[in-house]
Design a protein around this ligand. Structure first.
Ligand SMILES: *Cc1c(COP(=O)(O)O)cnc(C)c1O
Length: 380
């Protein structure tokens, strides 16, 4: 096996297009320059198209969690009531962050592998006055897609701010910030946006600004009022990851060139093909299909074979890396990402490797059955 021939199929970091790496290899520029300001402005305008918003969007030099901390530090003061809608590991992280900033968190756990039940949200909102509602668009730990439009419609009828973790979804799954009433949307660079790790993007609605201005929690690096002051001159408060900004500009150009509708349709198709293949192999999907994620597919380990052993075999023998389970699903599931710079043949590679790894471990697999199922979806 070639030692450097790898197929990275995890939900972040995801593969980076050669054109993005090429853009990032150009000589670095200063950030207090007109050149940087022009790039920054262009990035924000393109992000506004992706987010479907007129709101300000701040590009932060941090991983995705930095955007989550920004959202919490700027809206949750000690004693504030927070509703956290949890469907897995990242929902739990959001709730934990809110508690760390002194929030009085009402954490509703819908179960790992389940989606948010809208009726429960309606009940909770009718019975309580929350300052902030937290939700995860695409729960990466379980491959569940939550109905952000439906949650947003309910929250919009209350004074609460609606904060969404879209870190693994945005860029691969459509989101409508303005129409769905999302006050703060958090995203990251190394998932759907096809960049290396290191940037986070966050949008802020007009409804959120008065709350942000009055918030009493400590904030410095992640202060949104400080970010806004610099943003007005297309600058940043502290030194940004200039190279990644240039990469983000290139990645957004690629996305807009393909057309956002096509980007989303591509992800849907890859997900359908992957699910069809997994089922054809006799394996079980974690979430129900009607709310399964378009950007990654979570699968139960086969009967009698440890999911992590299967992953190790796929990696060692075929150079294909799948992600494992997190939290309570550790060792029980594996996750195949088809996120960002992913296309039809990536699914074929993933399923081909999965079949061979299963065969190697003695699972009764009909070689080609999964690939064939994927092919029929991809040809459709
Ligand atoms: C990856 C991810 C995060 C965390 O992002 P980091 O870049 O690792 O800080 C948060 N939420 C979701 C849904 C994610 O997929």
């Amino acid at each position: 096996m070639l030692p450097d021939k790898h197929y990275l199929m995890i939900p972040g970091p995801t593969p980076v297009p050669p054109a993005v790496f090429a853009a990032m290899s150009r000589p670095i520029i200063g950030h207090r320059t007109e050149d940087f300001a022009a790039i920054h402005k262009s990035i924000v305008e393109k992000l506004q198209a992706v987010f479907q918003t007129k709101n300000e969007i701040f590009v932060l030099t941090s991983s995705g969690t930095g955007a989550m901390e920004t959202a919490i530090a700027n809206t949750v003061s000690p004693g504030d009531k927070v509703l956290a809608l949890v469907t897995g590991n990242f929902g739990e992280r959001f709730a934990k962050l809110a508690r760390i900033y002194g929030g009085e968190v009402d954490e509703v756990n819908f179960g790992w592998g389940k989606n948010v039940d809208i009726n429960v949200v309606a009940e909770k909102l009718a019975q309580n006055q929350y300052k902030v509602v937290l939700a995860t668009q695409n729960e990466t730990s379980t491959g569940v897609l939550n109905d952000i439009a439906a949650i947003g419609a309910l929250v919009a009828k209350t004074p609460a701010l609606f904060i969404v973790d879209g870190i693994s979804g945005v860029g691969g799954i459509e989101i409508k910030v303005d129409e769905w009433g999302i006050d703060l949307l958090c995203t990251g660079s190394q998932k759907g946006f096809m960049l290396p790790p290191g940037l986070a993007m966050i949008s802020v609605s007009p409804k959120a600004w008065p709350v942000i201005e009055q918030n009493t929690s400590p904030r410095f690096y992640f202060s949104l009022p400080a970010a806004k002051k610099s943003y007005e001159k297309w600058n940043t408060a502290y030194t940004p990851a200039v190279t990644l900004f240039i990469g983000l500009n290139a990645a957004l150009e690629i996305m807009l060139q393909e057309g956002l509708d096509n980007v989303y349709a591509r992800h849907q198709r890859l997900a359908r093909a992957t699910r069809a293949a997994v089922k054809a192999l006799g394996l079980k999907l974690l979430p129900e299909e009607h709310y399964a994620s378009p950007v990654l597919t979570a699968v139960w380990g086969p009967e009698g074979i440890e999911a992590d052993k299967l992953r190790a075999t796929a990696k060692k023998e075929f150079g294909v890396t799948f992600a494992g389970g997190q939290g309570i699903l550790k060792g029980k599931i594996f996750r195949i990402a088809h996120m960002g710079y992913a296309d039809k043949m990536d699914v074929i590679v993933a399923i081909g490797a999965l079949e061979m790894a299963l065969a190697r471990l003695g699972y009764p697999v009909e070689l080609g059955a999964g690939v064939r199922a994927a092919q029929s979806v991809l040809l459709d």
